[in-house]
Design a protein around this ligand. Structure first.
Ligand SMILES: Nc1nc2c(c(=O)[nH]1)N[C@H]1C(S)=C(S)[C@@H](COP(=O)(O)O)O[C@H]1N2
Ligand SMILES: [Mo]
Length: 366
């Protein structure tokens, strides 16, 4: 009989000119992006927010849900939903983005969820600060990393696992991470982690473990699959690489006009065209957004909305374009206060992570 290892698929790169495979299509049909016109909402309605699920959405129940907090703590604690709600209630606005956003545009294409540029969303998450839970249990002196485990189980590259991510206790606390039971004022939808999930502001989505059932403090650096193998920026298979952490800056426009069904090329009438979009970074607030309507030859500074209370959540930007007849390529790029900026040419890596190359939209002005 064939083993789990042999039955599981290895990571690979698409061959030159190889189209989207049936495996990629299957992933793309389960996980979905934010339709770019939904960038118009300050807070993304659930259902329009992107979704990424590695395995299956587990069958879960708020009534008997337990969150176990243990390991290097003074006193292990087990929380039910009612107990957690009694510990406090905090709502934060967070822009989440999948680390694989932009993957499908890389050449050669890493075979995995084939995101273009829309794996993003901004929601208001309500829950309790992770630091409050840790304080209640008491962080022991030997504690180094905190490991979050979800209720979903799967196989990746031959390794059977529960979805699990670790981060240093300092990073987890400093990020302002919360354990959330509400999204936009309602219970978490099943696909977003019902009944309980972690939300780590500023970090790529993989850190925000859904269907959260356990938090464990350990006395060493976590070396589980999602930290040590999966989410690493590597140039080749043998490169140990560096960890994927915070979200790189990105700006996205709401594509103007109306689309061609198949190509999604745009049609716009000549004259004034208000361009609108959102920009975000997990490192620092967005400082500047530039718009080009001639494929990056000339750049114009967009007007930016004020930074809100949650300073890493996306900021709106606008630019008034005087559209002249002919074909135009619109492109935008964001700069953040840490000095990071969006590249025009992609910097390739084997997992297809953090490709924040500037968006390009082809428009025919008539
Ligand atoms: N338990 C669990 N948590 C998870 C995942 C998962 O597959 N299982 N996917 C992660 C990834 S890769 C991303 S990008 C975000 C997506 O969150 P969303 O679907 O709520 O947008 O959830 C993260 N948390
Ligand atoms: Mo992701």
């Amino acid at each position: 009989m064939v083993s789990i290892e042999e039955f599981s698929v290895r990571g690979r790169l698409a061959d030159t000119g190889e189209g989207i495979t049936a495996d990629e299509l299957q992933l793309a049909a389960r996980n979905h992006g934010l339709p770019l016109e939904s960038l118009r909402y300050d807070v993304t309605p659930p259902g329009l927010h992107y979704v990424l699920v590695h395995y299956d959405i587990p069958a879960t129940n708020a009534g008997d849900w337990r969150l176990e907090l243990g390991g290097c703590v003074e006193e292990p604690v087990s929380f039910g939903l009612t107990g957690l709600r009694a510990m406090g209630r905090r709502t934060i606005r967070v822009t989440l983005e999948c680390a694989g956003n932009g993957r499908a545009a890389l050449q050669p294409r890493p075979i995995s969820q084939p995101w273009l540029s829309e794996a993003v969303g901004t929601a208001e998450w309500t829950g309790v600060l992770l630091s409050d839970l840790l304080r209640q249990a008491g962080i022991r002196e030997d504690a180094v990393d905190v490991v979050f485990t979800g209720a979903d189980r799967g196989v990746e590259r031959g390794v059977v696992q529960d979805y699990q991510r670790g981060m240093s206790i300092t990073e987890a606390i400093d990020s302002g991470a919360i354990v959330a039971w509400e999204m936009n004022g309602g219970p978490l939808p099943p696909q977003h982690g019902y009944p309980l999930r972690l939300v780590v502001p500023g970090w790529y989505g993989m850190a925000s473990v859904k269907w959260l059932r356990s938090i464990e403090l350990i006395d060493h650096e976590f070396d589980g699959f999602q930290n040590a193998v999966a989410y690493r920026i590597r140039k080749d298979a043998d490169d140990p690489g560096t960890a994927v952490t915070r979200i790189e800056p990105r700006a996205l426009l709401v594509p103007p006009g109306f689309p061609d069904f198949m190509s999604r090329h745009r049609f716009v009438a000549a004259g004034p065209v208000p361009l609108f979009g959102r920009a975000w970074s997990g490192w620092a607030p967005i400082e500047r957004v530039e718009v080009s309507t001639d494929a990056g030859v000339n750049w114009h500074e967009a007007t930016l909305d004020a930074v809100g209370n949650d300073e890493l959540a996306w900021r709106a930007f606008a630019y008034d374009w005087e559209a002249t007849p002919g074909e135009h390529v619109l492109t935008v790029r964001a700069y953040d206060a840490s000095g990071r900026e969006q590249p025009i040419e992609a910097d390739w890596n084997r997992g297809g992570f953090a490709n924040n190359t500037a968006q390009r939209i082809t428009v025919l002005v008539t």
